[in-house]
Write a protein that binds this ligand. Structure first.
Ligand code: NAD
Ligand code: DAO
Ligand code: ZN
Ligand code: ZN
Length: 370
């Protein structure tokens, strides 16, 4: 078949919207009509060329929602008409990683997914001249139709709006999951969230859900305050307005350091501040942000000797086929909010404008509606 897609032809170039060829699903694969997709910073990281592992040409996008159009041989858990969210962290339920409750990093299709291919080592997308186009994070949601392995699709309820639940495919689950699955924040905790963007705001709402008493937000951009307060932030700190040492200021504000701190900036200096603003003896700092290629974190080892822990999380520690349908329920039941964070919607033709809005800091989430 043919479908429309925004193709990343080369690093650093705007996406080009065009017709592409898409082969039908092979064994264990599913053809999905994407109805909506969010634009995440990780897509931009790859598009811009900053991602050293970026492969071109490729169809980016990993925050989508859509409908099953066709299933390949042997697919048993999905049928035509099911509503689904593609998962860049699959859940096969049988690999060594899936069988270990300490991780969500299913490795079943890791090597081919990382190479921009489906599990049999080939692509389903090609240009009209036959040039193969790579998949991206196993999802490629910047295409109106895509082929995804069965183990990388979460089946969700049919009454949930695609243009909102697509965000659960990355940002919502990453932020809330970092609090609930990774940090396992207890009622009454104190927390600091560095970066109040599309991920950090979801950390803030996860902390409110978990019953944290104090939720300090840290951002260089004052315009994030109103939204962050709406989602549960109790104190705001703009580092530009702090005279003296930021760590000392945060330690004082939280009465000795926070029980939990989260980096949602991807800046390694911020990661250090987050670790050092965690409480002596028990504070845990969770890295969510993806740092530039080659960047390294550092601190004095004594920070860890004296009881602080440094950890990280991918996709909020969520096992997607199990957890994503539950998060969709939380949204539909009003336990979490998504709508205010989707600040801009656009057509596929305007996808590059969505990236401009991301750069200017105007949008929290831009969503393409097909
Ligand atoms: P965003 O640009 O929407 O938000 C980043 C926020 O950080 C902005 O509000 C910005 O003003 C603020 N900021 C930047 N530098 C700062 C500094 N020095 N001090 C304080 N605030 C600062 O980005 P996002 O979509 O929220 O993504 C955040 C990070 O999370 C990115 O690095 C992204 O790649 C990463 N990410 C990780 C996962 C995962 O599974 N671990 C998943 C998705 C995204
Ligand atoms: O299993 O080795 C692995 C890689 C898992 C990939 C998880 C990526 C999470 C961070 C990237 C940001 C997501 C948008
Ligand atoms: Zn993402
Ligand atoms: Zn697995």
């Amino acid at each position: 078949m043919r479908t429309r897609a925004a193709v990343a032809l080369a690093a650093g170039q705007p996406l080009e919207v065009m017709e592409v060829n898409l082969e039908g699903p092979r064994a264990g694969e599913v053809l999905v009509e994407i109805k909506a997709t969010g634009l995440c910073h990780t897509d931009e990281f790859t598009r811009s060329g900053d991602d050293p592992e970026g492969i071109f040409p490729a169809i980016l996008g990993h925050e989508g929602a859509g409908v099953v159009i066709e299933v390949g041989e042997g697919v048993t858990s999905l049928e035509v008409g099911d509503h689904v969210i593609p998962l860049y962290t699959p859940e096969c339920r049988e690999c060594e990683y899936c069988l270990n409750p300490k991780t969500n990093l299913c490795q079943q299709i890791r090597s081919t997914q990382g190479a921009g291919l489906l599990p049999d080592g080939s692509t389903r997308f090609s240009m009209l001249d036959g040039t193969p186009i790579h998949h991206y994070m196993g999802c490629s949601t910047f295409a109106n139709h895509t082929v995804v392995p069965e183990i990388a699709l979460a089946k969700v309820r049919k009454d949930a709006p695609f243009d909102k639940i697509c965000y659960i495919g990355c940002g919502v689950t990453t932020g809330i999951g970092a609090v609930i699955n990774t940090a396992k924040v207890e009622i009454g905790s104190t927390a600091i969230v560095f970066g109040l963007g599309g991920i950090g705001l979801n950390v803030v709402q996860g902390l409110r859900l978990a019953g944290a008493d104090q939720i300090v937000g840290v951002d260089l951009n004052d315009s994030k305050v109103e939204m962050a307060e709406h989602f549960g932030m109790t104190n705001f700190v703009n580092p530009s307005n702090v005279e003296g040492d930021l760590v000392a200021h945060l330690v004082e504000l939280t009465g000795g350091g926070a029980d939990y701190t989260f980096d949602a900036t991807g800046n390694v200096q911020v990661m250090r501040t987050a670790l050092e603003a965690a409480h002596k003896g028990w504070g845990e700092s969770i890295i969510i942000g993806v740092a530039p290629a080659g960047a390294e974190i550092s601190t004095r080892p004594f920070q860890l000797v004296t009881g602080r822990s440094w950890r990280g999380t991918a996709f909020g520690g969520a096992s997607g086929r199990t957890d994503v349908p539950k998060i969709v329920d939380w949204y539909m039941d009003g336990k979490i909010e998504i709508d205010p964070m989707i600040t801009h919607t656009m057509s596929l033709d305007d996808i590059n404008k969505g990236f401009d809005l991301m750069h200017s800091g105007e949008s929290i989430r831009g969503v393409v509606v097909y």
